[in-house]
Design a protein around this ligand. Structure first.
Ligand SMILES: [Zn+2]
Length: 342
């Protein structure tokens, strides 16, 4: 799990994926026949089909795993040196109280994130009822305004700080969405010895701000089949009715039927279920009422493409305690590898 640890601990807010992309590039050296970075920053990796030279061209399967994570940009530095942020991606402000952050300025610099207002000891009844918005939060870098401005500028990326830890049968950290899927994509391709498909694995940019990288990548590649790899909700936890769990942690890779951005091609759903059954890979069918994946952008690129999403059940998604069951990670890897090898 060293690679996944490195993936989750490397920053990459939407639009500033260069560091996480470099980590992936190092790991995949020699794995593909060809790699390139497109204008938007998508990392496109091609593995050619194993077939005789005179055979007709192999169909192209595109696999998208977004490499960006929810984060922030510096939006303002005040006269005391406190830093205000603008979020890139959907945070729940309730999960942002008393956090440590990494500001990626002229150099990396650590700070703490808190909402403006009084501590509990001196808070009034009114203060305690307050619901925080993103605009209420500020970063304290523990430095004078002059020193802050020497390192930090408007537009610098900011991420939360959280290390990767094993917890029981799970692994836990931030940015499991979507580094868990990046991990699964790389590990699956390492297991594909021969495929009848040309395979394009695309580590996409800017998914968290509206599936922005996947569309242009799909337009350029013109795949026959497009597969998104992403995390999904596992709400098998207290306080959520059983029918709203979406997926259950430890019950296998999610084969998506639909979410708010796409409806999976039925023949692909059937095909992945058949492969999972044949290879005894634990799986679960998934419907997610809100949210979407790169499949939404891929499906509607150019003249439209057959798409599906394979998902990794994740508890506490979009917090820094995102938890993924090891068996589900392995099931995602194994199902993709088995399907590509058929
Ligand atoms: Zn995601």
């Amino acid at each position: 799990m060293e690679f996944l640890k490195l993936l989750t601990e490397t920053p990459g807010v939407p639009g500033r994926e260069e560091r996480i992309r470099a980590v992936i590039q190092r790991e995949i050296e020699g794995l593909f026949d060809e790699t390139r970075v497109d204008t938007m920053g998508n990392l496109i990796c091609i593995k050619k089909a194993a077939r005789p030279q005179d055979a007709s061209p192999a169909p192209l399967v595109m696999i998208a795993a977004h490499m960006d994570q929810i984060g922030f940009y510096v939006r303002h530095i005040d006269e005391k040196g406190y830093v205000r942020l603008h979020n890139a991606g959907g945070f729940d402000p309730r999960n942002l109280l008393a956090r440590r952050v990494l500001v990626q300025g002229r150099r990396d610099i650590k700070g703490v994130l808190n909402p403006s207002g009084k501590p509990i000891h001196i808070a009034t009844e009114e203060d305690r009822k307050r619901q925080y918005q993103m605009v209420d939060f500020f970063v304290d870098l523990g430095l004078s305004a002059k020193k802050v401005k020497e390192v930090v500028s408007v537009g610098d990326p900011v991420t939360l700080i959280q290390d990767f830890v094993p917890i029981g049968d799970h692994v836990c950290g931030q940015a499991m969405d979507n580094r868990a899927a990046v991990w699964a994509a790389v590990r699956a391709i390492q297991r594909v010895k021969k495929s009848r498909y040309n395979i394009a694995v695309v580590f996409t940019v800017q998914e968290e701000v509206g599936l922005r990288g996947a569309g242009p990548a799909t337009f350029g590649l013109e795949p026959h089949i497009a597969i998104a790899l992403d995390t999904t909700l596992a709400c098998d936890t207290p306080g959520v009715p059983e029918d709203q769990a979406i997926t259950r942690s430890g019950h296998g890779v999610g084969i998506k039927v639909m979410d708010a951005a796409s409806i999976s091609d039925r023949s692909l759903v059937d095909s992945f279920v058949a492969t999972a059954k044949k290879n005894k890979i634990s799986h679960q069918l998934e419907i997610l009422p809100m949210g979407g994946t790169d499949a939404g952008a891929m499906q509607r690129s150019r003249i439209g493409y057959k798409t599906i999403t394979l998902s990794i059940p994740t508890r506490y998604i979009h917090t820094i305690t995102e938890m993924v069951h090891r068996d589900d990670l392995h099931a995602c890897r194994d199902l993709l590898a088995a399907w590509l090898s058929e």
